[in-house]
Ligand binder design. Sequence first.
Ligand SMILES: O=C(O)[C@H]1O[C@H](OP(=O)(O)OP(=O)(O)OC[C@H]2O[C@@H](n3ccc(=O)[nH]c3=O)[C@H](O)[C@@H]2O)[C@H](O)[C@@H](O)[C@@H]1O
Length: 780
Amino acid sequence: MIKDKINQENHPNVSLRLLGKRGRDGRTYNLHTVSEVVGDFDEALGDRDIIVEKQSGRLLRITERSPSYLALQYPLLFAYGEDGYSEDIEIVRFLGAKGLKSDDRPDVVCRIFKVKLDNLIRDLKTNKFFGAVKAVVYTIEFQKCGLLHAHILLFLSNEDKLPQPRRIDEIISAEIPDPVIDPCYYENVKEFMVHGPCGAVRKSSPCMRDGSCSKYFPKQYLDATKFDDDGFPVYRRRDNGRVVMKDGVPLDNRYIVPHNRALLMKYGGHINVEWCNQSQSIKYLFKYINKGHDRVTASFFQSGADGARQNLDEVSLYYDCRYISSCEAAWRIFGFEIQYKDPSVERLSFHLPNEQHDTCTMPSKSSMEELFLPSTPGKFKDKSHHRQQHHRSATSLFLWALFLVALTAAFLSFLFKDKYFRSNWESHVRSSAQIRRHNGFSVLVTGAAGFVGSHVSLALKKRGDGVVGLDNFNDYYNPDLKRSRRDLLTANGVFIVEGDLNDAKLLANLFDLVQFSHVMHLAAQAGVRYAMENPHSYIHSNIAGLVTLLEASKSAMPQPSVVWASSSSVYGLNEKSPFSESDRTDKPASLYAATKKAGEEITHTYNHIYGLSITGLRFFTVYGPWGRPDMAYFSFTRDILEGKPITIYRGKNHADLARDFTYIDDIAKGCIGSLDTAKKSTGSGGKKRGPAQFRIFNLGNTSPVTVPMMVGMLEKHLKVKAKKNLVEMPGNGDVQFTHANISYARSEFGYNPTTDLQTGLKKFVKWYISYYGYNHAKSV
Ligand SMILES: O=C(O)[C@H]1O[C@H](OP(=O)(O)OP(=O)(O)OC[C@H]2O[C@@H](n3ccc(=O)[nH]c3=O)[C@H](O)[C@@H]2O)[C@H](O)[C@@H](O)[C@@H]1O
């Protein structure tokens, strides 16, 4: 009709008004909010007659050769030299410089979205981010605001499904992170994962229906994640007083959209991750696949010269139109998939006997039963005597098999599986080992999911060194904390191989894959008193594991320089204060200390025989955020908050025990200083070629504090009084005091601890509360 009007001479100005209408399906008949749409009025016409109404009101017929389309043909050049996606390529920066908005260049929006989407699918599918994936389905939604949205379903393999609700918190968070401890994460959540404001403060929000939020925000505060009566997960949202400001409105944890930290940090966009284990949720998630085109009811109006609009013919001029937003148009022109299925499934409408060849691999009888019997009564029956029926239904069967796997076993269980870290790790190792600074190192960090290991790995990665972690995630203390540290490292590009130091084959593989310039050996069985309970674990890790690592290092070509964690405990019953590296260390007070002392001697032999460059670091009672739950400052914090009594040991004549508590950041600096000043090993492939460097440094704080004073500081920061039991120190391996002389480390690499215990404990307590909460929802 518009075509006819335009062809008439002196045609009147005609405007198109798009109407929302009650009684229509709200998901399909929904008004756009972008400035320009293309109307496609008659879907039966072969050739498209495309008429654009500009925002000025002018009608314009365009062809697919129109300059407006030309803009969509140019490829986006990645001028910053990246292999696909990079944080530097941002729509806003690209358009902002030209004074354009995102809906002015749907081609750019689409291309960047596609790059990110492809990377995400690769991460999920090939890199097995949540475990082995059997199938992926996604569909693109073209939102009314003109932007794109992908709905992705993952079908995980049976081995990778662990549908226990307690594991959800490891993968999905719906809370505001701590802005001090994790500022980047905080900024990302603030920018992308906050819903609203809506409700009473912003009734015009697009989510508002009948006076309340259609997405049910704000959600309830909840101390622990659980499943509701309908089987939907209800995520933990603690009432911890944390808020973010959005449009001048403070929004708390109840407004946070569930997400995965690592995906959010990597892709810097709104990625809502949901755990799905119910058939209802699957149906809900598929709705966009079947939603159909965007449609709108429209009517034509005559525009007067003064711009006033008059009705022409209200009844006859109503049209039921399909409309395409600019992004949808660009997406289709580029030929990007709107629906994606892998493996692809094709459904044949008709299948007449002997007409079409249709082949399939028949599953075994038992798996057929498994597939057919549950969940779809009446759809398929296992009649093995009736083979033809199977054959006839084969194509449909595959489709249903997919659904059945889904329905019977909670297919969208988003989980990090430990196995993921074992399988397919070679490419992760290589990319994690990549050096990104001039003359940088490639460092193998053992014990990378541990307290000191995670801090050192992060610090190295941040300055551009290549870092590969190794950790056995043992359960000396709750491995959930180790997994959280691992998530932090994963988000920062550090990959941790899950494996044991004693696995010589694994170590050989690692040294084959990467020419490590350094080994930072921090894996150990720690803890002084636990050695009485489990002595062999100390021999296994601190002696056998150390030897296995040194064997691999001495055989490597080139040999790495080795920096490793000894302990202040080697000073044992030494009474000379402060402790200097030249003091006697032949009176260990615990088996732990003895294994560390043995380590110093063992490393010496490898230095002497094979030319390995060795630096041993004697750490003095290291503490801080992400610390070890078995240590006194940590377990005291937990017990004080839980109102439980703590036991404080006292030495001879009721003397207080004292420790040279050293803050983790100072220790991390000491580790890096040692790496930076470590000379190269002189051997190669097991043959010594000359004398090699051998050093031992104290890394302490130089100001011992008594245990009761440390408790006093905790009480102050926690604002809770401790219930103290003072007991005589049992013969458990503890020593009376420790005190470091650090002048050697200071002179060699400028080691200079700067955090006193008061300040360090304050930071620890802040982290502790943000990680566990006051009521301690996670078990330590
Ligand atoms: O400096 C070191 O080399 C060592 O430091 C710590 O060992 P420790 O100093 O014993 O640290 P904590 O276990 O945190 O104990 C600190 C102090 O609190 C005391 N303590 C511990 C536990 C307890 O219940 N009550 C108590 O009074 C201990 O006797 C000790 O004097 C680490 O646990 C070791 O792995 C490390 O090698």
